[in-house]
Design a protein around this ligand. Structure first.
Ligand SMILES: [Zn+2]
Length: 79
């Protein structure tokens, strides 16, 4: 096993969205969870262009490549 492609971790701009900081007050009971993995997001949340919240760009990636094709997109006009 070689790690020859270590320099290939460039920043792909495949995701549309931006990082946002949750400026919650200590008394604010709202908790933001990643819509992909369900992990609680303590401070930095990835807001995708279509309004989803993820803990990381990786989860955004997973969401689109894995979750959406299977469960998402209520475009089942098949009945
Ligand atoms: Zn996540």
């Amino acid at each position: 096993m070689t790690s020859s492609s270590m320099d290939d971790r460039g920043e792909r701009q495949a995701h549309e969205g931006r990082w946002e900081q949750l400026n919650r007050s200590w008394w604010d009971p709202r908790v933001v969870n990643c819509e992909m993995c369900g992990q609680m997001i303590p401070r930095d949340v990835w807001k995708s262009a279509d309004g989803h919240s993820f803990c990381s760009v990786e989860c955004d990636d997973l969401y689109r490549s894995y979750w959406l094709p299977r469960y998402g997109g209520k475009t089942t006009t098949h009945d």
